[in-house]
Each structure stands twice: as C-alpha cells, then as structure tokens.
Write a protein that binds this ligand. Structure first.
Ligand code: PEP
Ligand code: MN
Length: 264
C-alpha cells in the first residue's frame, strides 16, 4: 500500500509511522516531524480529532490540527496519518491527509467503513477494536474493500483483557494470523498496547520479530506536558535509539527499511 510521496508499506519492507498522540501546536508538530524524519520514520502521525474517554479531556485541535499537519508535511515531506471520527469529514480528509486512520473505537462503525470504501481512494489504517476478534477485524477491512477501496493497512494496538497492569494486552499472534488469513499489510502500535513508554522499544522489537510490516509509535518532545498519552510517548532521543535497533533487526529479518521525506 502506497502512503504517498513514494512511501510504500508491505512486502519485504519495514515502515515506521511516528509522531505525537495529538497535534498541539505548530512548533510541537513541526519539531517532532523533523526529529522522527531524521531518525528514519516513513510517515508522521498526529491526531487532530481525538476520541477521548472523557468529554472533558482535550479533544484535539480539529481543523486547525489538520492545517498544522499539512505544515509539517510541507516542511519534511513525510506523508501524514490522522484519525477520522465521522463520515462528515471524508471529503476534508480526502483533500488534506495521506492516510486516514480508523481508530479502535470506530472499527465497527459500519457506516463509516462503507463510506470510506466508496468515497475515498486514500489508504486506510484500520486499528483493531478494543475487544474485537481477528475475524471481526478482517470483516471490517472487507467493508472498506468491498466498497472499492483496497488500500487497507491493519494495525494491532492491543486488546482489552483481564490484565490491568498494561493499558492493553499486545496480541502479537494476531500479526501471524492476519498474515495467514489475508494479503493485507499489518503494523503494530506498541504505544497504545503497553501504555508505558519503557515497554515500547522491547515490544516494537518483538513485533518486527513476529513479522510485522511496520510500527506506529507515539513520540513527543515534552512527554510530561503532552495533552494526551504522554506516559506512553517516547522522547525523540529514545525514538532514535529504537530506530537504530529496529534497523538492525529489520536487516536480520530480510526487510528493507522505508524512509519518508526523501523527495523533500
Ligand atoms: C491513536 O492512535 O491515537 C488512538 C486513539 O489509538 P486507538 O484508536 O488504537 O486507541
Ligand atoms: Mn494516543
């Protein structure tokens, strides 16, 4: 699946999507974009519309956030990945983003999935629902593809289990299962799976070893003051360290490293 600007996910490649949980300001997103690009990221993530558990928590900068993502893309050349919350935003996202993320909470929003199948040709990063089976996840991918958009990338982000120490339980066997059952590329998000920054690098390595086509990693330049998910965010320095190790492991796994922003 091509993300834009020559960045392709799947096959024998390893691509890393990185960036903050949410876009907070121009300086924040542009600085982080430059940092993750320098470490070899393929694409920039950042939420403009945030699905928060509490209605009183920061909901994202919304349309202003999309504008800031566009600035970060213009600055770095990295394709941008951001979450869509409803069908009313499809035309806007078609115009300004490179990859449309469907978050865990919307994995079974069938109306949204159908319309993303019919009304956009942008790649869709489909996160696994908090409590959804592999079969349900693949059926959600079918909803998009049967509408005519076959550019789907799956994202395993941890599932809810009886365990409460970690935010979720990372299901790496799901990577193997969806590779067996489908042709779709699958990336792993260890940040939302673990919920703790110090677990992110080891889980990322495990994901590569399990054969993931890529990673999605939350990176923030000031994690203690992040408006969302600071506790699971890596600093740019820690992300750089992860990328060095990931590069070595990718080579061992016979994967080619995909870097973004080369055209810029
Ligand atoms: C996110 O990627 O910022 C996010 C909200 O993730 P999830 O939908 O997996 O909880
Ligand atoms: Mn987050």
């Amino acid at each position: 699946v091509e993300l834009g600007n020559g960045v392709t996910v799947g096959g024998d490649r390893l691509a890393v999507i990185a960036g903050p949980c949410s876009v907070e300001s121009e300086a924040q997103i542009v600085d982080i974009a430059r940092d993750v690009k320098a470490s070899g990221a393929a694409a920039l993530r950042g939420g403009a519309f945030k699905p928060r558990t509490s209605p009183y928590a920061f909901q994202g900068l919304e349309c202003e956030g999309l504008e800031l993502l566009k600035e970060a893309r213009a600055d770095t050349g990295l394709p941008i990945v951001t979450e869509i919350m409803g069908t009313e935003y499809i035309a806007l996202f078609e115009e300004c983003v490179d990859v449309i993320q469907v978050g865990a909470r919307n994995m079974q929003n069938f109306d949204l999935l159908k319309k993303l199948g019919r009304h956009t040709t942008k790649p869709i990063l489909l996160k696994r629902g908090l409590s959804n089976t592999i079969e349900e996840w693949l059926m959600s991918a079918e909803y998009i593809m049967s509408g005519g958009n076959d550019r789907v990338i799956l994202c395993e982000r941890g599932i809810r289990t009886f365990e409460t120490f970690t935010r979720n339980t990372l299901d790496l066997s799901a990577v193997l299962a969806v590779k067996q059952l489908s042709h779709l590329p699958v990336v792993v998000d260890p940040s939302h799976a673990a919920g703790m920054y110090w677990m992110v690098e080891p889980l990322a390595m495990a994901a590569i070893a399990a054969g993931a086509d890529g990673l999605m990693i939350e990176v923030h330049n000031d994690p203690p003051h992040a408006k969302c998910d600071g506790q699971q965010s890596l600093t740019p320095e820690k992300f750089g360290h992860l990328m060095q190790k990931a590069g070595a492991l990718a080579e061992l796994m016979g994967k080619t490293w995909v870097k973004g922003g080369s055209a810029c």
